[in-house]
Write a protein that binds this ligand. Structure first.
Ligand code: HEC
Length: 438
């Protein structure tokens, strides 16, 4: 059946040369599991395109509707949470496999002459992938999105001379707002996808022109060759299947998060970037005052300059890692720093007691309504009414809510005023009362 269909098509489209071009690329040294990462990266790019297109059916890039459109996807749309979570975890997977792909090329010295152009286009693709991550993070327009983007923009703002202009361009105005969301959306769904598609084509074109580098042992590389089809194709397919399976498992087990809607006036929210930016965020914590610019400008500049210039910094023909001690130690050193910073950062993040936002809002309400005009908490406030320092020990949620709703109904002749709070305020105030414990 398949055979006959192929013959039918072949008579009309003359597929022979296409088949040759797609599948016959010779791989020096033969197929290997170490070469699968490029294909997996491409697969995840396609997965992001497909899941992204489905998200775009419901998503609305306006500050008024962005959040509720995501809420709608999560609560109402069939398979909505699954598709969004695939997109969320797919982005993380993309970062991991693109990193592994680069590491493999680095380890094998595959960026060396005559493959410099392949490497450079690859680095540009890597930068564009980071831009994908950064722009996508803002789109849900929740607290995480808003404040993490604010931090990112502040970092850009510290760059001397051009910082202000860059911030204006990124933000599209005086504030992080409607203009920003719109341009991030355009960037994320139009500019970046087309740019990346074009550059992936260029990347693959160059690869097919110069051919893959193969093992670092040139003798072994020269002795034996194997076409892309069938063994490497099979290995790529198995690896893609495996990683896809892992991402699906993540998407099911841990749906993409959605915090409260973005609230520019709630500065109590602690912003956190995605995990792949965490190590950098941690680094910036150590570089304060006059050192700030080292972290926000000099180091990133040096890093990307080193990446772009790598084929010329390491120009000897020898590709064996043991014969490239300088480059190898630089690479290992960089990785060690990244892993250390990431570990510290994760430890710091997880040691912060998760302050319930409802408690925070309750605390703010307590101040706004001037409860301290009658009550005292740990010595603060007037003492004309019961001390509330340990009210969480003696009252439960139900009692407190009933009491706030109508004090006289619970304690006849209570002098406590009735505030006419709405459900959310009642809840928040009560959450705050309940943490006041011994
Ligand atoms: C005008 C003074 C006054 C103000 C203002 C006031 N209260 Fe009270 N509150 C009282 C008095 C008097 C009582 C004791 C009678 C009662 O339980 O209703 C009381 C009781 C309470 C109790 C119960 C304590 C217990 O365990 O018996 C809580 C909780 C409480 N207030 C919280 C608040 C909060 C929160 C605010 C601000 C929104 C507030 N109060 C504002 C006078 C005040």
């Amino acid at each position: 059946m398949g055979q006959r269909m192929y013959q039918w098509l072949d008579k009309r489209l003359h597929l022979g040369p296409v088949k040759m071009a797609l599948l016959n690329e010779p791989i020096p040294g033969g197929a290997s599991w170490i070469y699968v990462f490029g294909s997996i990266t491409l697969f995840f790019f396609l997965l992001q395109m497909v899941t992204g297109m489905f998200l775009a059916i419901y998503y609305s890039p306006s500050t008024e509707h962005a959040y509720i459109s995501i809420r709608y996807i999560m609560d109402e749309v069939a398979f909505g949470p699954f598709i969004r979570s695939l997109h969320h975890w797919g982005a993380s997977a993309m970062m991991v496999v693109i990193g592994l792909h680069m590491l493999q090329v680095f380890l094998y010295g595959a960026y060396k002459r005559p493959r410099e152009l392949l490497w450079i286009v690859g680095i540009v693709l890597f930068i564009l992938t980071l831009a994908f991550g950064f722009s996508g993070y803002l789109l849900p327009w929740d607290q995480r999105a808003y404040w993490a983007t604010q931090v990112g923009i502040n970092i850009v703002g510290t760059i001397p001379l051009v910082g202000d202009v860059l911030v204006r361009i990124i933000r599209g105005g005086q504030n992080l707002g409607a203009m920003t969301l719109n341009r991030f959306y355009a960037l994320h769904t139009l500019f970046l996808p087309w740019l990346v598609m074009a550059l992936v084509a260029v990347h693959l074109f160059i690869l097919r022109r110069v051919g893959p580098a193969g093992p670092w042992d040139e003798v072994r590389a020269a002795r034996f060759q194997e076409p892309f089809w069938p063994k490497q194709v099979a290995m790529d397919a198995v690896a893609i299947g495996l990683v896809f399976f892992i991402v699906v498992a993540f998407a099911i087990a841990s749906p993409a998060p959605l915090a409260n809607p973005a609230n520019p006036s709630d500065t109590t929210f602690m912003p956190l970037p995605e995990w792949y930016f965490l190590f950098y965020y941690q680094l910036l914590k150590y570089l304060e005052g006059p050192w700030e610019i080292v972290g926000t400008l000099i180091l990133p500049l040096l890093f990307f300059a080193a990446l772009f210039l790598l084929p010329w910094l390491d120009r000897r023909k020898e590709r064996r890692p043991v014969s490239r001690p300088m480059v190898m130690s630089a690479g290992v050193g960089f990785l060690a720093v990244v892993v250390t910073l990431l570990t510290i950062s994760i430890r710091e993040v997880s040691s912060i007691p998760k302050l319930d936002p409802s408690v925070l809002r309750g605390k703010i309400l307590y101040q706004e309504l001037d409860c301290a005009g009658c009550h005292r908490i740990h010595g603060e406030g007037e003492a004309t009414a019961p001390d509330l320092s340990y009210v969480g020990d003696i009252r439960d949620r139900d009692w407190l809510i009933r009491h706030f709703r109508d004090p006289q109904a619970v304690v006849p002749e209570s002098e406590m005023p009735e505030y006419g709070l709405n459900e959310q305020e009642l809840n928040d105030l009560t959450s705050y009362m309940l943490v006041l414990k011994r």
